[in-house]
Design a protein around this ligand. Structure first.
Ligand SMILES: Nc1ncnc2c1ncn2[C@@H]1O[C@H](COP(=O)(O)OP(=O)(O)O)[C@@H](O)[C@H]1O
Ligand SMILES: [Mg+2]
Length: 247
């Protein structure tokens, strides 16, 4: 059984048909990368899984731990042990770095109709581990998040997701706009959380960086999956890389 199974999903923004029969699996314990050019449908796929609307999923089925979550409300996903760090990466600007990190605990303690029987097989990182991995956040822990640079706010949003007990972490372009050195920090943190047992679905336009840490990759183009395989296989598949990733 895969942790996430997406079967024949078709998603729409109003009349625009974006995802076309997308089928994917995310296996327990892996780092699965979803790659593709700008506008390919990566964010739409993540939002479809996370219950973020729009888009509207009109056909197909999404299961998590064998439970049908196709129509889940996005407020409920954290109760199931899913963390989604969206492209916007909202942090609370009027709270300190430390307070933002502690908010992770609030989300997981909510209860809802989905019950808690499936959630939290894996603990998140402790605040000490977070500060070890992200020394910049440690230096700024008492500072209001709104005063951080864009890159630091991005780190904080990712760190908050890592702190939450999470069985599935979904990251939308975590490397975007970050300096190479900070990308490396984020990569190390992703690998660390995976060592703790958390499964990672990594959406990236930076295919070269994502292939480096991924076990398996999907490539999406114009709303359809055009490649599925081991990361090494994609590394060696120059035709697919040229055609769909431009790298
Ligand atoms: N809110 C929206 N309304 C209408 N069309 C959208 C919306 N968001 C994205 N799209 C369209 O859906 C397609 C896929 O977008 P997206 O999933 O954001 O791509 P990616 O994340 O791979 O860059 C694009 O053609 C984009 O223009
Ligand atoms: Mg996107």
């Amino acid at each position: 059984m895969s942790l996430v199974e997406i079967d024949g999903v078709n998603s729409y923004y109003g009349q625009s048909h974006i995802l076309r029969d997308v089928s994917m699996r995310v296996e327990e314990g892996e780092i699965c990368a979803l790659l593709g050019r700008n506008g390919a449908g990566k964010t739409t796929t993540l939002r479809s899984i996370a219950g973020a609307r729009p888009p509207e999923v009109r056909e197909g089925r999404i299961t998590y731990k064998s439970r049908d979550i196709t129509d889940i409300e996005t407020e409920d996903i954290s109760v199931l042990g899913i963390s989604h760090v969206p492209e916007e990466r909202r942090v609370f600007g009027n709270l300190t770095v430390e307070e933002n990190l502690h908010l992770a605990d609030v989300a997981r303690n909510r209860s809802n109709t989905w019950g808690r029987d499936l959630a939290f097989e894996h603990e998140g990182l402790t605040i000490e581990q977070i500060f070890e991995d992200f020394p910049r956040l440690a230096e700024r822990q008492k500072q209001l998040a709104g005063t951080l640079s864009g890159g630091e706010q991005q780190m904080l949003a990712i760190a908050r997701a890592l702190k939450q007990s999470t069985d599935l972490l979904m990251l939308d372009e975590p490397y975007e706009g970050l300096a190479p050195q900070i990308i490396e920090t984020v990569e190390n943190a992703i690998e660390r959380i995976r060592e703790e047992g958390t499964t990672v679905l990594l959406v990236e336009q930076n295919a070269v960086a994502a292939m480096k840490i991924a076990d398996r990759c999907y490539v999406i183009d114009q709303g359809s999956v055009v490649f599925e395989g081991a990361a090494e296989e994609l590394q060696d598949d120059q035709e697919t890389r040229d055609r769909y990733l431009g790298v």
